[in-house]
Design a binder for this molecule. Structure first.
Ligand code: CA
Length: 234
């Protein structure tokens, strides 16, 4: 089964070009040109990846991302027109997994699509465990990470974590007690081809602390190691 990709772009010629070039790589492609169609098709299709233009009439790409992120953990490759949007697009506020600034070459697009899908595949292989639920489970007092279900619970309540928050926590937890640098985290959680800076890591750590720390202002689980990075204490 080839992977399914949803392309959202309101500019007809570009949409056609995108569809043509992604199909050529052997993927199944659906193309839509506005936000409500994007949401509808994403819900039906359950795509493996969404290529999403930011500037769309009506609902924009950021709004679409916000809605879909609550329902599915699909990776999103954002198409931006301006460099100034990149900071907002990359995880900080919006949570896109990667981006391309227009104009871009179709070769570049194909490379990014391939890289993103590969990253997701590696992640899911890493987290696929034998049926014994307990086996891969990580337990830290009242905090439990269940890689089989991609689920984190605190006092037996399931936390609503964004995909990157989950991956970050998983990475930190697997390196419990070790100092990991922001660069290491960026490379392992976001991938070597991620274009954003280390601020992305800090923002996600802050979000995670708000969810897993008893007092996020005085964290005892994710410790800041000044000038270096972070250490997970459990
Ligand atoms: Ca557009």
């Amino acid at each position: 089964m080839s992977e399914k990709i949803l392309v959202v772009e309101d500019e007809p010629t570009l949409l056609e070009t995108l569809i043509y070039n992604i199909k050529r790589e052997g993927y199944q492609v659906e193309g839509v040109s506005d936000g409500s169609a994007a949401i509808k098709v994403a819900r039906q299709l359950r795509p493996d990846l969404i290529v999403l233009d930011i500037m769309l009439p009506g609902m924009d790409g950021m709004e679409i991302t916000r809605i879909l992120r609550q329902e599915m953990s699909v990776p999103i490759l954002m198409l931006t027109a301006r460099d100034g949007e990149i900071d907002r697009v990359l995880g900080l506020e919006i949570g896109a997994d990667d981006y391309l600034t227009k104009p871009f070459s179709m070769r570049e697009l194909q490379a990014r699509v391939k890289a993103l899908l590969r990253r997701v595949r590696i992640e899911s292989e890493k987290t696929e465990r034998p049926p014994d639920l307990k086996a891969g489970q990580l337990q830290f007092d009242n905090l439990t990470i269940n890689p089989t279900r991609l689920e984190v619970t605190l006092d037996n309540t399931v936390l609503a974590l964004k995909p990157k928050e989950y991956e970050l926590l998983m990475y930190l937890a697997r390196h419990r007690g070790q100092v990991v640098s922001r660069d290491q985290i960026l490379e392992r959680v976001w991938g070597w081809d991620f274009g954003g800076g280390s601020r992305t890591v800090d923002v996600h750590v802050r979000w995670l602390r708000e969810k897993i720390e008893a007092d996020p202002a005085n964290p005892t689980r994710i410790i800041t190691v000044r000038g270096v990075g972070y250490r997970f204490e459990g």
